[in-house]
Design a binder for this molecule. Structure first.
Ligand SMILES: Cc1cc2nc3c(=O)[nH]c(=O)nc-3n(C[C@H](O)[C@H](O)[C@H](O)COP(=O)(O)OP(=O)(O)OC[C@H]3O[C@@H](n4cnc5c(N)ncnc54)[C@H](O)[C@@H]3O)c2cc1C
Length: 198
């Protein structure tokens, strides 16, 4: 009789099953409600030979070398650094909102002032939630927090989730960050990529 049963064959279930099979040398049965493996990360090739990410594109990212080495046993990588742009008042602006975004949307004098204040208060290369900006008592940083909330979070949320802002928990809205950096990448992890063949 098989001793191990894993319910769910996403990343978690598949990794556990592999570990049980290879490290404990025991048989394992994996079941899934879906008719494929991979969970949310599942992708497949269509009749044109195009790789389709059925549940949305997935970029693998980690800072842990042992995790990267583990996954790299199973795939080669398409080196890929994700960047996201939001359309704000007719301009494509890096998201999460960072120092480049600030210089793009504000006149130089205001952008320079905001940059200096952010770096003095929080340092460089850190992500600060707008809730924290609101709590600084500094009118310029509060203005920036409100700007980011309105231009990035509010309308996105209304459109994407069909929710009114007042229905959202302030703890959630406050997590939207400003990234005090010139790095436009969405993830900062040391290891990033998309599996070469899905
Ligand atoms: C649109 C989208 C984009 C994302 N992009 C990224 C990204 O770029 N990078 C990143 O790192 N992460 C991303 N994520 C998150 C990533 O998908 C998850 O972290 C990852 O898939 C979690 O793996 P998991 O095995 O824990 O769960 P899942 O992938 O959800 O797998 C769980 C599996 O269990 C099965 N299951 C659950 N309950 C049962 C049951 N009772 N009986 C049988 N089967 C069951 C499900 O059918 C599913 O196949 C994204 C998620 C989404 C939705």
């Amino acid at each position: 009789m098989v001793k191990n049963l894993i319910v769910g064959c996403g990343f978690s279930g598949a990794t556990l099953a592999h570990k049980i099979a290879t490290e404990l040398n025991e048989e394992v049965v994996v079941i899934d409600a879906k008719n494929h493996i991979g969970g949310n990360c599942y992708d497949y090739y269509d009749h044109n030979g195009i790789c389709i990410h059925q549940y949305g594109t997935h970029i693998f990212h980690t800072n842990l070398k042992n995790v990267w080495d583990f996954v790299s046993q199973f795939t080669k990588w398409n080196p890929y650094m994700h960047t996201v742009k939001g359309l704000i008042d007719g301009q494509l602006v890096p998201i999460p909102f960072n120092l480049n975004s600030i210089h793009q949307v504000f006149p130089k004098s205001i952008a320079d002032k905001l940059e200096t204040k952010l770096i003095e208060k929080f340092g460089f290369n850190v992500k600060v939630p707008i809730l924290q900006l609101r709590g600084t008592g500094d009118k310029d940083l509060e203005f920036l927090a409100d700007y980011i909330y309105e231009k990035i979070f509010l309308y996105y949320t209304l459109k994407q989730w069909g929710m009114k802002p007042e229905d959202l928990d302030p703890a959630v809205t406050g997590r939207v960050p400003v990234y005090i950096s010139r790095d436009d990448r969405y993830f900062q992890d040391k290891y990033q990529g998309i599996p070469l063949q899905g």
